[in-house]
Ligand binder design. Structure first.
Ligand SMILES: Nc1ncnc2c1ncn2[C@@H]1O[C@H](COP(=O)(O)OP(=O)(O)O)[C@@H](O)[C@H]1O
Ligand SMILES: [Mg+2]
Length: 345
Protein backbone atom coordinates (compact mmCIF):
# COMPACT_ATOMS: atom_id res chain seq x y z
CA UNK A 1 0.00 0.00 0.00
CA UNK A 2 1.02 3.56 -0.56
CA UNK A 3 0.70 6.14 2.20
CA UNK A 4 -2.28 7.72 0.41
CA UNK A 5 -5.85 7.62 1.68
CA UNK A 6 -7.47 4.53 0.14
CA UNK A 7 -9.96 5.10 -2.67
CA UNK A 8 -11.98 2.15 -1.47
CA UNK A 9 -11.99 0.50 1.90
CA UNK A 10 -14.13 -2.41 3.02
CA UNK A 11 -14.18 -3.18 6.70
CA UNK A 12 -15.62 -6.25 8.34
CA UNK A 13 -18.02 -6.81 5.45
CA UNK A 14 -20.58 -9.57 6.00
CA UNK A 15 -23.20 -10.41 3.36
CA UNK A 16 -26.03 -12.88 3.91
CA UNK A 17 -28.61 -14.13 1.43
CA UNK A 18 -31.94 -15.52 2.60
CA UNK A 19 -33.81 -17.98 0.44
CA UNK A 20 -36.49 -20.52 1.36
CA UNK A 21 -35.99 -19.84 5.07
CA UNK A 22 -32.33 -20.67 4.73
CA UNK A 23 -29.51 -18.27 5.26
CA UNK A 24 -26.35 -18.33 3.20
CA UNK A 25 -23.42 -16.30 4.46
CA UNK A 26 -21.61 -15.43 1.25
CA UNK A 27 -19.05 -12.92 2.60
CA UNK A 28 -17.61 -13.22 6.10
CA UNK A 29 -15.74 -10.38 7.81
CA UNK A 30 -13.89 -9.22 4.72
CA UNK A 31 -11.63 -6.16 4.97
CA UNK A 32 -9.39 -4.66 2.30
CA UNK A 33 -8.29 -1.33 0.82
CA UNK A 34 -7.58 -0.19 -2.71
CA UNK A 35 -5.25 2.81 -3.06
CA UNK A 36 -5.62 5.41 -5.82
CA UNK A 37 -4.14 4.01 -9.03
CA UNK A 38 -3.81 0.52 -7.60
CA UNK A 39 -5.19 -2.71 -9.07
CA UNK A 40 -6.39 -5.32 -6.62
CA UNK A 41 -6.99 -8.78 -8.04
CA UNK A 42 -9.53 -10.93 -6.21
CA UNK A 43 -9.13 -14.62 -6.95
CA UNK A 44 -10.92 -17.69 -5.66
CA UNK A 45 -13.04 -20.62 -6.72
CA UNK A 46 -16.57 -20.14 -7.95
CA UNK A 47 -18.93 -19.44 -5.04
CA UNK A 48 -16.25 -17.91 -2.80
CA UNK A 49 -18.10 -14.56 -2.62
CA UNK A 50 -16.23 -12.44 -5.19
CA UNK A 51 -19.22 -11.13 -7.15
CA UNK A 52 -21.11 -10.53 -3.92
CA UNK A 53 -18.39 -8.08 -2.84
CA UNK A 54 -18.60 -6.25 -6.19
CA UNK A 55 -22.38 -5.97 -5.93
CA UNK A 56 -22.15 -4.81 -2.30
CA UNK A 57 -19.80 -1.98 -3.35
CA UNK A 58 -22.34 -0.87 -5.99
CA UNK A 59 -25.23 -1.50 -3.60
CA UNK A 60 -26.84 -3.72 -6.19
CA UNK A 61 -27.44 -6.81 -4.08
CA UNK A 62 -30.94 -8.34 -4.14
CA UNK A 63 -33.48 -7.44 -1.44
CA UNK A 64 -33.06 -10.92 0.01
CA UNK A 65 -29.59 -9.95 1.21
CA UNK A 66 -28.34 -8.15 4.29
CA UNK A 67 -25.05 -6.31 4.55
CA UNK A 68 -23.05 -5.54 7.68
CA UNK A 69 -19.79 -3.67 7.99
CA UNK A 70 -18.50 -0.63 6.19
CA UNK A 71 -17.61 0.18 2.61
CA UNK A 72 -16.14 3.60 1.90
CA UNK A 73 -15.63 4.76 -1.66
CA UNK A 74 -13.82 8.04 -2.13
CA UNK A 75 -14.84 9.04 1.39
CA UNK A 76 -18.55 8.13 1.03
CA UNK A 77 -20.09 5.37 3.15
CA UNK A 78 -21.95 3.02 0.82
CA UNK A 79 -23.65 0.47 3.09
CA UNK A 80 -25.88 3.12 4.69
CA UNK A 81 -26.15 5.37 1.59
CA UNK A 82 -29.55 6.21 0.09
CA UNK A 83 -30.55 5.85 -3.56
CA UNK A 84 -29.65 9.46 -4.39
CA UNK A 85 -26.09 9.08 -3.09
CA UNK A 86 -25.71 5.76 -4.90
CA UNK A 87 -26.84 7.28 -8.18
CA UNK A 88 -23.97 9.73 -7.98
CA UNK A 89 -21.47 7.04 -7.02
CA UNK A 90 -22.43 4.52 -9.70
CA UNK A 91 -20.73 5.37 -12.93
CA UNK A 92 -18.85 8.49 -11.82
CA UNK A 93 -16.98 7.07 -8.83
CA UNK A 94 -17.21 3.33 -9.53
CA UNK A 95 -17.87 1.63 -12.87
CA UNK A 96 -18.81 -2.04 -12.88
CA UNK A 97 -18.35 -4.51 -15.71
CA UNK A 98 -20.79 -7.22 -14.71
CA UNK A 99 -19.81 -10.88 -14.58
CA UNK A 100 -22.29 -11.63 -17.36
CA UNK A 101 -21.24 -8.58 -19.36
CA UNK A 102 -21.86 -10.32 -22.66
CA UNK A 103 -25.54 -10.69 -21.88
CA UNK A 104 -25.84 -7.54 -19.72
CA UNK A 105 -25.96 -5.35 -22.84
CA UNK A 106 -29.48 -4.44 -23.90
CA UNK A 107 -30.04 -6.40 -27.16
CA UNK A 108 -32.64 -4.00 -28.59
CA UNK A 109 -30.65 -0.80 -28.19
CA UNK A 110 -27.59 0.29 -30.11
CA UNK A 111 -24.25 0.09 -28.36
CA UNK A 112 -23.81 3.83 -28.79
CA UNK A 113 -27.11 4.75 -27.16
CA UNK A 114 -26.21 2.61 -24.13
CA UNK A 115 -22.93 4.48 -23.69
CA UNK A 116 -24.48 7.88 -24.42
CA UNK A 117 -27.16 7.28 -21.79
CA UNK A 118 -24.48 7.00 -19.10
CA UNK A 119 -22.84 10.20 -20.38
CA UNK A 120 -26.13 12.12 -20.28
CA UNK A 121 -27.37 10.90 -16.90
CA UNK A 122 -24.11 10.59 -15.01
CA UNK A 123 -22.17 13.48 -16.51
CA UNK A 124 -25.14 15.68 -17.40
CA UNK A 125 -23.96 16.07 -21.00
CA UNK A 126 -26.14 17.29 -23.85
CA UNK A 127 -27.14 14.80 -26.57
CA UNK A 128 -24.41 16.11 -28.88
CA UNK A 129 -21.72 16.07 -26.17
CA UNK A 130 -22.79 12.57 -25.11
CA UNK A 131 -22.44 11.39 -28.72
CA UNK A 132 -18.92 12.83 -29.01
CA UNK A 133 -17.88 11.41 -25.64
CA UNK A 134 -19.29 7.97 -26.58
CA UNK A 135 -17.20 7.93 -29.76
CA UNK A 136 -14.07 8.73 -27.81
CA UNK A 137 -14.85 6.03 -25.20
CA UNK A 138 -15.38 3.49 -28.00
CA UNK A 139 -11.94 4.39 -29.39
CA UNK A 140 -10.52 4.25 -25.89
CA UNK A 141 -11.51 0.59 -25.53
CA UNK A 142 -10.02 -0.29 -28.91
CA UNK A 143 -13.19 -0.36 -31.00
CA UNK A 144 -12.26 0.87 -34.50
CA UNK A 145 -14.63 2.90 -36.71
CA UNK A 146 -16.58 4.24 -33.72
CA UNK A 147 -19.14 6.17 -35.86
CA UNK A 148 -20.27 2.91 -37.46
CA UNK A 149 -20.02 0.87 -34.26
CA UNK A 150 -22.05 3.46 -32.34
CA UNK A 151 -25.08 2.64 -34.49
CA UNK A 152 -24.77 -1.14 -34.23
CA UNK A 153 -26.60 -3.55 -31.93
CA UNK A 154 -24.93 -6.03 -29.57
CA UNK A 155 -25.65 -8.98 -31.92
CA UNK A 156 -23.50 -7.27 -34.56
CA UNK A 157 -20.51 -7.39 -32.20
CA UNK A 158 -18.23 -10.40 -31.64
CA UNK A 159 -17.78 -11.70 -28.06
CA UNK A 160 -14.54 -9.75 -27.57
CA UNK A 161 -16.09 -6.57 -29.00
CA UNK A 162 -19.13 -6.93 -26.73
CA UNK A 163 -16.81 -7.20 -23.74
CA UNK A 164 -15.05 -4.02 -24.93
CA UNK A 165 -18.46 -2.34 -25.25
CA UNK A 166 -19.38 -3.40 -21.70
CA UNK A 167 -16.09 -1.92 -20.48
CA UNK A 168 -16.89 1.26 -22.46
CA UNK A 169 -20.24 1.63 -20.65
CA UNK A 170 -18.50 1.20 -17.28
CA UNK A 171 -15.85 3.77 -18.27
CA UNK A 172 -18.17 6.31 -19.88
CA UNK A 173 -18.52 8.51 -16.79
CA UNK A 174 -14.78 8.29 -16.07
CA UNK A 175 -14.95 6.42 -12.76
CA UNK A 176 -12.12 6.54 -10.23
CA UNK A 177 -12.48 2.80 -9.71
CA UNK A 178 -13.26 0.21 -12.37
CA UNK A 179 -14.53 -3.15 -11.15
CA UNK A 180 -14.35 -5.92 -13.74
CA UNK A 181 -16.00 -9.17 -12.65
CA UNK A 182 -14.64 -12.16 -14.59
CA UNK A 183 -13.76 -9.94 -17.56
CA UNK A 184 -12.37 -12.75 -19.72
CA UNK A 185 -14.31 -15.84 -18.69
CA UNK A 186 -16.46 -16.27 -21.80
CA UNK A 187 -13.66 -15.44 -24.23
CA UNK A 188 -11.23 -17.58 -26.21
CA UNK A 189 -7.52 -17.42 -25.48
CA UNK A 190 -6.59 -14.81 -28.09
CA UNK A 191 -9.43 -12.46 -27.22
CA UNK A 192 -8.72 -12.96 -23.51
CA UNK A 193 -5.14 -11.75 -24.09
CA UNK A 194 -6.48 -8.70 -25.94
CA UNK A 195 -8.87 -7.77 -23.11
CA UNK A 196 -6.09 -8.17 -20.54
CA UNK A 197 -3.92 -5.86 -22.64
CA UNK A 198 -6.79 -3.36 -22.86
CA UNK A 199 -7.23 -3.34 -19.07
CA UNK A 200 -3.50 -2.72 -18.62
CA UNK A 201 -3.55 0.08 -21.22
CA UNK A 202 -6.59 1.73 -19.60
CA UNK A 203 -4.97 1.60 -16.22
CA UNK A 204 -1.79 3.23 -17.53
CA UNK A 205 -3.70 5.87 -19.49
CA UNK A 206 -6.27 6.90 -16.88
CA UNK A 207 -4.36 6.18 -13.66
CA UNK A 208 -7.56 4.78 -12.17
CA UNK A 209 -7.90 2.13 -9.51
CA UNK A 210 -9.15 -1.29 -10.57
CA UNK A 211 -10.61 -4.30 -8.86
CA UNK A 212 -10.30 -7.31 -11.13
CA UNK A 213 -12.24 -10.39 -10.08
CA UNK A 214 -11.45 -13.77 -11.57
CA UNK A 215 -11.33 -17.45 -10.77
CA UNK A 216 -8.49 -17.55 -13.32
CA UNK A 217 -5.10 -17.00 -11.74
CA UNK A 218 -3.55 -16.09 -15.09
CA UNK A 219 -5.82 -13.03 -15.33
CA UNK A 220 -4.94 -11.98 -11.79
CA UNK A 221 -1.23 -12.49 -12.46
CA UNK A 222 -1.34 -10.27 -15.55
CA UNK A 223 -3.13 -7.24 -14.15
CA UNK A 224 -2.84 -7.03 -10.35
CA UNK A 225 -0.57 -4.95 -8.13
CA UNK A 226 -1.95 -6.70 -5.05
CA UNK A 227 -3.87 -9.93 -4.73
CA UNK A 228 -6.60 -11.04 -2.33
CA UNK A 229 -7.31 -14.77 -2.28
CA UNK A 230 -10.82 -15.74 -1.23
CA UNK A 231 -12.01 -19.05 0.14
CA UNK A 232 -15.53 -19.79 1.39
CA UNK A 233 -16.43 -16.12 1.86
CA UNK A 234 -13.22 -15.00 3.52
CA UNK A 235 -9.96 -13.45 2.39
CA UNK A 236 -7.41 -16.10 3.32
CA UNK A 237 -4.35 -14.30 1.94
CA UNK A 238 -3.65 -10.76 0.80
CA UNK A 239 -0.46 -9.01 -0.25
CA UNK A 240 1.64 -7.74 -3.11
CA UNK A 241 1.12 -9.81 -6.26
CA UNK A 242 4.75 -10.97 -6.78
CA UNK A 243 5.07 -12.23 -3.21
CA UNK A 244 1.64 -13.86 -2.97
CA UNK A 245 1.96 -15.72 -6.25
CA UNK A 246 5.68 -16.59 -6.07
CA UNK A 247 5.76 -17.52 -2.43
CA UNK A 248 2.26 -18.11 -1.08
CA UNK A 249 1.84 -18.36 2.67
CA UNK A 250 -1.63 -19.94 2.77
CA UNK A 251 -1.80 -23.61 1.67
CA UNK A 252 -4.91 -22.79 -0.40
CA UNK A 253 -3.02 -20.10 -2.35
CA UNK A 254 -0.19 -22.54 -2.92
CA UNK A 255 -2.59 -25.17 -4.24
CA UNK A 256 -4.31 -22.59 -6.43
CA UNK A 257 -0.95 -21.53 -7.90
CA UNK A 258 0.04 -25.15 -8.42
CA UNK A 259 -3.23 -26.02 -10.11
CA UNK A 260 -3.05 -23.14 -12.59
CA UNK A 261 -1.65 -24.10 -15.98
CA UNK A 262 1.78 -22.64 -16.72
CA UNK A 263 4.43 -22.86 -19.43
CA UNK A 264 6.28 -25.52 -17.43
CA UNK A 265 3.09 -27.37 -16.52
CA UNK A 266 0.44 -26.73 -19.20
CA UNK A 267 -1.83 -29.44 -17.82
CA UNK A 268 -4.39 -28.31 -15.26
CA UNK A 269 -4.49 -30.20 -11.98
CA UNK A 270 -7.22 -29.86 -9.38
CA UNK A 271 -7.37 -29.25 -5.66
CA UNK A 272 -9.10 -32.39 -4.32
CA UNK A 273 -12.41 -31.91 -2.51
CA UNK A 274 -14.76 -28.95 -2.65
CA UNK A 275 -15.44 -25.85 -0.54
CA UNK A 276 -18.10 -25.97 2.20
CA UNK A 277 -21.58 -24.66 1.40
CA UNK A 278 -22.54 -21.15 2.48
CA UNK A 279 -24.91 -22.58 5.11
CA UNK A 280 -22.24 -24.77 6.73
CA UNK A 281 -21.32 -24.01 10.33
CA UNK A 282 -17.54 -23.95 10.49
CA UNK A 283 -15.75 -23.21 13.70
CA UNK A 284 -12.19 -23.60 12.43
CA UNK A 285 -10.51 -23.10 9.07
CA UNK A 286 -12.87 -23.77 6.14
CA UNK A 287 -9.98 -25.16 4.07
CA UNK A 288 -8.93 -27.72 6.71
CA UNK A 289 -10.66 -30.76 5.09
CA UNK A 290 -8.74 -30.12 1.83
CA UNK A 291 -5.50 -28.87 3.35
CA UNK A 292 -2.33 -30.91 3.01
CA UNK A 293 -0.73 -28.97 5.89
CA UNK A 294 -3.52 -28.65 8.45
CA UNK A 295 -5.75 -31.61 7.63
CA UNK A 296 -6.91 -33.26 10.85
CA UNK A 297 -5.02 -30.88 13.12
CA UNK A 298 -7.22 -30.04 16.14
CA UNK A 299 -6.66 -26.28 16.14
CA UNK A 300 -7.30 -26.05 12.40
CA UNK A 301 -10.64 -27.73 13.00
CA UNK A 302 -11.55 -25.75 16.10
CA UNK A 303 -10.10 -22.25 15.80
CA UNK A 304 -10.73 -19.79 13.04
CA UNK A 305 -7.34 -18.43 11.98
CA UNK A 306 -7.23 -14.64 11.75
CA UNK A 307 -5.48 -12.85 8.94
CA UNK A 308 -2.21 -12.33 10.72
CA UNK A 309 -1.49 -8.84 9.39
CA UNK A 310 1.74 -7.61 7.84
CA UNK A 311 2.45 -7.00 4.17
CA UNK A 312 1.60 -10.59 3.20
CA UNK A 313 -1.18 -11.67 5.52
CA UNK A 314 -2.41 -15.27 5.62
CA UNK A 315 -5.27 -16.65 7.69
CA UNK A 316 -3.54 -19.88 8.61
CA UNK A 317 -2.31 -21.53 11.81
CA UNK A 318 0.60 -23.05 9.87
CA UNK A 319 1.53 -20.51 7.22
CA UNK A 320 4.04 -21.79 4.73
CA UNK A 321 7.71 -21.09 5.35
CA UNK A 322 6.83 -20.77 9.06
CA UNK A 323 7.39 -24.53 9.48
CA UNK A 324 4.60 -26.38 11.26
CA UNK A 325 4.56 -24.35 14.47
CA UNK A 326 1.24 -22.70 15.31
CA UNK A 327 1.08 -18.93 14.94
CA UNK A 328 1.40 -17.03 18.22
CA UNK A 329 -2.01 -15.96 19.46
CA UNK A 330 -3.69 -19.10 18.20
CA UNK A 331 -3.14 -21.47 21.10
CA UNK A 332 -3.73 -25.20 20.85
CA UNK A 333 -4.95 -27.50 23.57
CA UNK A 334 -7.94 -28.34 25.72
CA UNK A 335 -8.13 -24.90 27.36
CA UNK A 336 -7.37 -22.85 24.31
CA UNK A 337 -9.65 -19.86 24.04
CA UNK A 338 -11.67 -21.31 21.21
CA UNK A 339 -14.63 -19.02 21.77
CA UNK A 340 -12.46 -15.94 21.71
CA UNK A 341 -10.90 -16.93 18.44
CA UNK A 342 -13.96 -18.15 16.64
CA UNK A 343 -16.17 -15.73 14.75
CA UNK A 344 -19.37 -17.71 14.66
CA UNK A 345 -21.47 -17.38 11.57
N1 LIG B 1 -29.04 -14.02 -4.99
C1 LIG B 1 -28.53 -15.00 -4.25
N2 LIG B 1 -29.29 -15.70 -3.37
C2 LIG B 1 -28.79 -16.69 -2.61
N3 LIG B 1 -27.49 -17.06 -2.63
C3 LIG B 1 -26.67 -16.41 -3.49
C4 LIG B 1 -27.15 -15.35 -4.33
N4 LIG B 1 -26.09 -14.89 -5.06
C5 LIG B 1 -25.02 -15.63 -4.68
N5 LIG B 1 -25.36 -16.54 -3.76
C6 LIG B 1 -24.47 -17.49 -3.09
O1 LIG B 1 -23.43 -16.78 -2.46
C7 LIG B 1 -22.20 -17.44 -2.62
C8 LIG B 1 -21.20 -16.50 -3.25
O2 LIG B 1 -21.62 -16.23 -4.57
P1 LIG B 1 -20.80 -15.27 -5.53
O3 LIG B 1 -20.53 -14.00 -4.82
O4 LIG B 1 -21.55 -15.20 -6.82
O5 LIG B 1 -19.43 -16.08 -5.70
P2 LIG B 1 -18.30 -15.98 -6.84
O6 LIG B 1 -18.50 -14.69 -7.57
O7 LIG B 1 -17.01 -16.05 -6.08
O8 LIG B 1 -18.49 -17.17 -7.72
C9 LIG B 1 -22.47 -18.68 -3.45
O9 LIG B 1 -22.62 -19.78 -2.61
C10 LIG B 1 -23.78 -18.38 -4.13
O10 LIG B 1 -24.52 -19.54 -4.35
MG1 LIG C 1 -18.81 -14.39 -9.59
Amino acid sequence: MTGKEPLLSAENLVVRYRSHNREAVAVKHVSFDIAPGETLGIVGESGSGKSTIALAIMKLLPRTSTVEGQIKVSGTEVVSADAHVMNTIRGTTVGLVYQDALTALNPVRTIGSQIAEVCRYQLGLSTREAYQTSLSVLSDVGIGDPELRYKQYPHEFSGGMRQRAAIAIALAARPKLLIADEPTTALDVTVKAQILRLLQDLKAKHAMSMMIISHDLEVIREVSDRVAVMYAGRIVEIGERPEVLASPRHPYTRDLVRSAPSVEMPRISFIPGSPPGTGAIITGCAFEPRCSVGHGKPNCRAILPDLNGGPQAAACHYPLEASTKPMPGNPVGPNSSIRLHTKEL
